[in-house]
Design a protein around this ligand. Structure first.
Ligand code: PMP
Length: 437
């Protein structure tokens, strides 16, 4: 049996032998910026669930839309059939996205979005008579979900250690985690754009005509909020374009306002060929993801005579009515409340608050962008992750929810966060760290 506070119990295995009472951190209700715990306390949500509840919790407009759809049209196939909300949502997403994106493939999660995009990349090259382009390139420390494609291109080695690298010919670019060069930098780090040039070396090694796509998170979230150095994404774009390689931004975390713009592509002014999204699409309510593609990518494989055979792809629940209703209502909340703009406005306050932790016991680095933040702690020798996990437990006792990854505290609050909540989060973390061994 796994002790409830065992570090291995990050993901709760919901097995029958695990009693309800065993988990001391049970959440039973949620509203706006807060969870209610089973022991009746209000917990300030510093992570928007798992970086997903961007509109805050149980927003009435979203709740009503889900209820209405559940009562009116519970399910409709996206195979040979359709329903209006799926088209309405696709149009809405295309309108929000940078101009080049005008086709949407619906999925049910970030992992499915990633696997879908990787398959589309291969289908695109094949349709253009370049079927030998099958190699996919990810990045060390990248996280792209837990599908076979995602763990192959992902760069968190623990996620695929027991499987090996699953997809043939996958390779990984270096990560951009450069603490020596960029420690305490506010916003985008100055140093490390040159790391993108490693792609030229990969191309020289493998041959450009074997490479289908490069996939990166614009901001690597799960590895502990690793930011792209200034100019890095621009370089990746220039090199991929030069060699006919598709560039995929995994925007599962950065999409839907996290950086103060609809997508990271807008924030950086760098246009990939595809964007994978999920999480904030429905603000974490109903599972849903979406892959955005350009007309060029879409048309290449969808207009060929054999496209239905070449890319038989879709899920039973792709664009399900209830998910579409949730997503449409979520986008409406973002728009009505100007939440992306609001994120951009509060980001400097968030930055200053986080950086006020410089000098706090155990803190060795701070990273931030938009409403993402990371506080890196000095690891205890021989016991990696222990200090941050202790901080997480203490913080929860004191009424805030943060998450940890290694010795890094990561935060990504709902976009409705107010300055008083920022103060409470940062103040509580400070108290917790000062009291920690
Ligand atoms: N890509 C990124 C960048 C993510 O952060 C995540 C989830 N944290 C995923 C993919 C996988 O999403 P999901 O858990 O919905 O499958």
């Amino acid at each position: 049996a796994v002790a409830p506070n065992d570090l291995s119990a990050f993901w709760m295995p919901f097995t029958a032998n695990r009693q309800f009472k065993e988990n001391p951190r049970m959440l039973v209700a949620s509203k706006d910026m807060h969870y209610t715990s089973a022991d009746g306390r209000q917990i300030l949500d510093g992570t928007a669930g798992l970086w997903c509840c961007n509109a805050g919790h149980c927003r009435p407009k979203i709740v009503e839309a889900i209820q209405r759809s559940a009562a009116e049209l519970d399910y409709a196939p996206a195979f040979q059939m359709g329903h209006p909300a799926a088209f309405e949502l696709a149009n809405r997403l295309v309108d929000m996205a940078p101009d080049a994106f005008n086709h949407i493939f619906f999925t049910n999660s970030g992992s499915e979005s990633v696997d879908t995009a990787l398959k589309i990349a291969l289908a695109y090259h094949r349709a253009r008579g370049e079927g030998q382009r099958t190699r996919l390139i990810g990045r060390e420390k990248g996280y792209h979900g837990v599908g076979f494609g995602g763990i192959s291109v992902g760069g968190l080695v623990n996620n695929r250690r027991v499987f090996g690298t699953l997809l043939n010919g996958v390779d990984h670019l270096p990560h951009t985690y450069l603490p020596e060069e960029n420690r305490w930098s506010k916003g985008l780090p100055e140093h490390g754009a040159w790391l993108a040039e490693d792609l030229e070396r990969k191309i020289a090694l493998h041959g450009a005509d074997t490479i289908a796509a490069v996939i990166v998170e614009p901001v690597a979230g799960s590895a502990g909020v690793i930011l792209p150095p200034k100019g890095y994404l621009e370089k990746l774009r220039a090199i991929t374009k030069k060699h006919g390689i598709l560039l995929i931004f995994d925007e599962v975390i950065t999409g839907f306002g996290r950086l103060g713009t609809p997508f990271a592509a807008d924030f950086f002014g760098v246009m990939p060929d595809m964007m994978t999204t999920a999480k904030g699409l429905t603000s974490g309510t109903v599972p849903m993801g979406a892959v955005f593609t350009t007309a060029e990518v879409h048309d290449a494989f969808m207009t060929g005579p054999e496209h239905m055979i070449e890319l038989f792809h879709g899920y039973t629940y792709s664009g399900s009515p209830i998910a579409c209703a949730a997503a449409l209502a979520t986008q409406e909340v973002y728009r009505e409340e100007g939440l992306f703009q609001r994120t951009a406005e509060i980001a400097p306050y968030w930055e200053e608050a986080l950086h006020s932790l410089k000098g706090t016991k155990h803190v060795i680095d701070i990273r931030n962008l938009g409403l993402i933040g990371a506080i890196e702690l000095e690891p205890i020798a021989g016991e990696p992750t222990k200090r941050a996990f202790s901080a997480f437990l203490k913080a929860y006792e004191k009424g805030i929810l943060i998450r940890t990854t290694g010795d890094i505290i990561a935060m990504s609050p709902p976009l409705i966060i107010g300055k008083e909540h920022v103060d409470q989060l940062v103040g509580t973390i400070k108290d917790v760290l000062e009291a920690l061994d």
